[in-house]
Design a protein. Sequence first.
Length: 502
Amino acid sequence: MGKRLRETERTYEAGDGAAEPDLSGLPAVASVRLLNPAEFDAVYFDTPDLALAARRITLRRRTGGDDAGWHLKLPTAQADTRTEVHAPLGRGRRTVPPALLAEVLVYTRGRPLVPVVRLRNHRERCQLLDADGTPLAEIAHDHVTAEYPDERDPLSWTETEVELLGGKPKLLDAVEERLTAAGYRRSAHPSKLLHALGDRVPPDPPAPPDTISTAGDAALTYLHEQVRAIAAYDPAVRRDEPDAVHQMRVATRRLRSAFKTYGRELDRAVTDPIGDELKWLAEVLGLERDREVLAERLAERGAELDPDLRTEQLCDRIRGPRADARSSARRQLLRQLCEERYFDLLDRLDALLAAPPLRDPAQRPAEEAVRRAVRRDHRRLARRVAESLALPPGTGRDLALHDARKAAKRARYAAESARPVLGKPAERHRARLAALQKLLGEHQDSVMCRAAIRRLADTARRADEDTFPYGALHQMERERAGAVEAALPKAWGETDRGPLAG
């Protein structure tokens, strides 16, 4: 993986008659150190349609200076701050390092990355130091020339960058005051790349509504949130960060659930096919996650078993080929996240947000429509719970409780989407539903664990091993499921106090 760090900087342009800024007396700054000028030569890469530039992402291969290499810069929610990912230069001038490519695949989607501009930069710089000589910030005066792969004439300009090194953010404010006094102003361009590309940069991706006044606004706000989450967790999944697969899967489920909750506001002829693909994606993401959850549960039950029954053969079967299974599941996941089907789904989500398929009911006032949507999903859950409680213990009840769990999840997501509109009542309702969903999830995990135990017992029987310990494990899980079923009426009573009640 590439080296990751945070970069906080501001860029300025000199106005007519700008003078040298006065840097004396800055807070915490004891001295100013001039550095030798530096020459940089950077080639920037993007898709032919500039998918990265449209999202304020820059990818370059730069030589010169003390940090030559591949640099990927990703925007963050914090003003003036970006995440930088570095990789060595390598041998290929046009071969993007795999670690950096994985960071942007969710946007490039299999399209080639090609040179879009070359920037040559002569930099004159100084550093602001504290009393111990530690750099707090660097001020760089850049003389930039952009050269293009086509026949366009080169473009030249000057700009000044102030980058925070070891200092506090208020130092940037103090330096900005000095620059402003000397005739400088904030640059109109967020980066050198965007300055060089000018009007070639595509429009910004669709943004969520500024305010929520209609049912459509409420639905779109939630849809935007989940699509952003999928894009944010995609590179984290590829980096194999903890919990990333689970969180990306949750975002796909929330999005699919929202299509149904707001089925009156959204054209289901458009959303249903996308929902089918989101279901596929959730299943892809679940291959590894479900295996891990089951393995952990089997290990917990095995540890609770009477030591006289916990044989070496049983422990080996419970553990299973974990490392190999996880490696295989992960390879399969990454393979499918690099296939056209996944990239096509991302394209369809972008198109959905760019041209939302809103129906006439989407124009209704937000509060009224959202409240009705939450109550509809709650009534659906109530029917599922009642059906399951009316059945005797056994396979039929297990299946009915699984349906109730899915209904609880949908109702919970509906309450989540209602929070910007309905506030605390929606949050309280969401919390009650989350508790119920957790209880029902415990029951479903027990059902799946019992099925796995039966499979292990069959394997042991064919090997002429004693299967009694597996029966004990199965009984332990049956008792845990029974405890959930016994607790469910009271838990449902707490949840069913009335959706959106206090």
